[in-house]
Design a protein around this ligand. Structure first.
Ligand code: FAD
Length: 465
């Protein structure tokens, strides 16, 4: 008998641990208080939803998902003893925290004479498998991408047959958010579960993927896959995604559509790139990846930070993004880049504040992508935005949301306002602003001044000023 410990692999099919070997499998999920201190209501809600669907799948096969609360080493050792399991399997973790926890579990099991099996499941290509010719992990994405793109990809695997699954003989409830000491999320959380993920993947690959290249930077178009919570929590397997995407490429109506599919694959490669970065540099969750000669003198300004969190900066595209985050536990990628640039280069506030806010609010947070995105924007990461390339939030808004449809969706104070006035908000006089949208704030900072201050801050850090 083997226990399979589900974590960020909340699906029955294309789950490599469930199809390896021929021993009977008893599936387990552990709500571990140590891990939950890093969780947040949107993700716990999504996980609960996904567990309910996964449990139904097992129950339909005369098995069941055991759901327990407690520290993973203790709980897994206890269950291994109770069910006389000789092995516990799980999918590879990438963060320092996850790997330290897994080491503790492995040690605890070993002390009881129980084996463990770690399966590579979450990525196409594991850290260490795509390296420079000198065997080093890549620090530059474009080189990583070329190797990643051309490397053969494994296909998805079917779910295990019912004959492989054991019955725990008890029913365990899924704890509520309140049981786990979480408030209800303030956002509307997208439905979880492997079926929803499949549906979303098929929908995206049947049409929208062909326009991805031209629409992905248009937040109002909502034209991206929205697979991020599913990839983060493993309600879809990466091989399933790739199989479907490759099929879409084969069926592409023309060269432009084929290229759009390739651009989408490029985003999946960014995900793997950042997982490799995190794996080899676990300290990046709290430290700059890239060292400057001196410390960057970030400003601590509680009022400006709060205005950013609340979507009250007076920069419409920034505020729309921050309010989308609170309303949906999600934000469009282009807008994530804009708000991250605004926090670090206009407010000159440490990226760690932004990372942490996203960690609390996002349903798709995972340390690799969240950290990769923040350190890119802050010019402290691998292959990051150069420090002197500073987004202008007004021109970004005008370029990517020209008719202000996205802004007006999330900022009701600007709903009836002409897009030209919205994009010129920083240039309007106080009287014009009051006449146009009296409840919407004036810009809290002057972008040109702050841009100069940011350049000076980075130049000091580089030892040039
Ligand atoms: P699509 O455009 O459909 O992309 C498909 C998948 O590719 C995504 O689901 C994601 O898994 C991956 N992907 C796309 N863009 C990126 C990227 N830039 N870096 C790494 N992987 C990518 N993504 C997260 O999954 N979790 C996070 O916590 C997260 N935090 C971010 C923070 C910042 C500051 C920034 C700039 C980006 C962050 N991203 C994060 C990356 C990206 O914004 C989201 O993956 C994307 O918006 C999710 O929407 P989608 O699934 O529709 O994306």
């Amino acid at each position: 008998m083997r226990l399979h410990w589900h974590r960020t692999d909340l699906r029955p099919s294309d789950n490599l641990a469930l199809t390896t070997g021929d021993d009977p499998i008893l599936p387990v999920y552990v709500f571990d208080p140590r891990v939950l201190t890093h969780a947040a209501p949107p993700r716990v809600a999504f996980v609960r939803d996904s567990l309910a669907t996964l449990r139904e799948w097992y129950r339909a096969r005369e098995s069941d998902l055991l759901i327990v609360r407690g520290e993973a080493p203790t709980e897994l050792a206890r269950l291994a003893d109770e069910y006389d399991a000789d092995t516990v399997s799980w999918a590879q973790a990438y963060s320092g925290l996850g790997r330290r926890r897994d080491d503790r579990v492995a040690d605890r099991l070993a002390a009881d004479g129980v084996d463990h099996r770690v399966v590579h499941d979450h990525l196409h290509h594991e850290p260490g498998s795509i390296t420079t010719n000198q065997g080093e992990p890549y620090a530059v994405y474009s080189y990583f991408w070329k190797k990643w793109r051309d490397r053969e990809k494994a296909s998805s695997v079917a779910a295990p047959g019912a004959d492989r699954l054991a019955d725990p003989g008890v029913e365990t409830p899924i704890p509520t958010l309140a049981d786990l000491d979480f408030d209800d999320p303030e956002a509307t959380i997208p439905p979880g579960g492997y079926e929803t993920a499949r549906h979303r993947l098929n929908e995206f690959c049947s049409g929208p993927i062909y326009d991805y290249e031209s629409t992905r930077d248009r937040p109002a178009a909502d034209a991206t896959s929205r697979l991020s919570p599913h990839l983060a929590h493993g309600t879809v397997g990466i091989r399933t995604v790739n199989d479907r995407v490759v099929r879409a490429r084969e069926n592409a109506p023309d060269e432009e559509a084929r290229e759009a599919v390739e651009t989408f694959r490029g985003e999946l490669a960014w995900r793997e790139f950042y997982h490799h970065v995190l794996y080899f540099n676990p300290e990046v969750v709290t430290e700059n990846y890239r060292d400057y000669e001196h410390d960057i003198e970030w400003r601590a300004d509680a009022a400006e930070l709060q205005a950013w969190k609340d979507g009250e900066t007076g920069y419409p595209i920034v505020d729309a993004g921050m309010r989308q985050l609170r309303a949906e536990a999600y934000m469009h990628n282009r807008v994530r880049m804009i708000v991250a640039s605004f926090l670090t280069k206009d407010l000159l506030i440490d990226w760690r504040e932004g990372y942490d806010w996203f960690r609390q609010k996002l349903v798709d947070h995972n340390p690799a992508n969240n950290n990769g995105g923040w350190q890119w924007a802050a010019s402290t990461g691998t292959d990051a935005q150069p420090y002197f390339r500073i987004f202008n939030p007004m021109t970004q808004g005008e370029r990517h949301d020209p008719d202000a449809a996205y802004i007006r969706e999330y900022v009701p104070e600007l709903r009836g306002v002409d897009p030209d006035l919205i994009h010129d908000w920083h240039e309007l006089s106080p009287t014009q602003r009051h006449r146009t949208a009296p409840d919407y704030p004036a810009p809290i900072v002057d972008h040109s001044e702050r841009r100069e201050a940011a350049l000076a801050m980075f130049e000091r850090a580089r030892g040039e000023a």
